[in-house]
Design a protein around this ligand. Sequence first.
Ligand SMILES: [Zn+2]
Length: 446
Amino acid sequence: MSAMLQPRFQARVHHRQRAWYFDREAETLPRERLERLQLKRLRATLKDCFENVALHRSRMQAAGVRPADIRSLQDLVQLPFTLKSDLRDHYPFGLFARPRKLLARLHASSGTTGKPTVVGYTHKDIATWAELMARSFACAGARPGDVVHNAYGYGLFTGGLGAHYGAERLGATVVPVSGGGTERQVALLQDFGARVLCATPSYALNIAEVAEREGVDLKRGALEIGLFGAEPWSEAMRREIEAKLGLKAVDIYGLSEIMGPGVAVECEAQDGLHGWEDHFLFEIVEPESGEPLPEGASGELVITTLTKQALPMIRYRTRDVTRLTRSRCGCGRTHLRIKRITGRNDDMLIIRGVNVYPSQIEAVLVGLPGIAPHYQLVLERRGSLDELTVEVESTGFASQDLEKRVSHHIKSRIGVTAAVVVKQPGEVPRSQGKAVRVRDLRPKAS
Ligand SMILES: [Zn+2]
């Protein structure tokens, strides 16, 4: 080994020898203390919402519950839900608990229909967000002094700036490259020696592919950790990205209505995402009835914020389907874990009566011999039936019966009948950020 490689090698050994926390006390709080803190913060949040947000006040009054009635965490179920449509209906600032003049920043998500969803932050909210993102980076294995290559989109989308502030707070060196210009990204990854890559999983795959085409072997470089989120992805895709980039791919979760990225993240065990319970309350409810479900049951994730100033949220329906576990984690963190999110309720397709998430189809496709890990799902209506065509890409050595084989795999693993079209290498559009997985050509309901 050359003398130049020596310090880096030692640093790696050091990382693996003991758990490292960004905020040891908060991350390892015994459950009893954690829940006492949650209740105290919940009551303060409810009081704030009742006094400062007309919608929350009127909903609580309609439900016959006042903030003072909430005496335990179990009482949470008495509170009404908040929906994404509430944000749209009170566009732009109607749900804010602070005057606009006290806000340091606004973000917004592009609405596919109607008004965008606007979220706001006080200076303290931004500091909390940076803190939780720094915690998330450290939980995933990043350390102060690392180079963090941030390929999340900067702008109104919360991904770019959320990761940026968190990496700075951690003490890392941030490369604010944003999305696109993939050839240049490959060069910068190599030249700056990034140890950490932040991107959507689909864009990470695009980077890997461009690197391969340019003859750059990123596996032999400094990259060790990827923080991937902002779209649902499968275990198969994780293995694919890990193999192609030679890093550990870690799932990170967040949504702008709650904060942005950094609400939850996997630790090095890669077995569920630690949700930061000192700042958020997590519940699972039955999606139709809204009834709370016991720990371990699969249902819709509902989140209440505990420290947000500008935009506190009471029982926000995320539409994300998952499970929770409070079982001990080997990393020593006491915060519960959210199981991998299979999909958003809104993304669920119903094909001839069978419910299917795009990520389930991805799990079948990725890793199949002869198939590249790029795909799109095309939905059409023939008569009264919805039909699904799966467009995949061959690796260039497609055998004659490839379409039949892929179709058979989908049918036997998910139970859904799909036509399969195998395209030439490069013909399926590549992600520049959020991947377009579904092309819905069905006539719009009027
Ligand atoms: Zn853990």
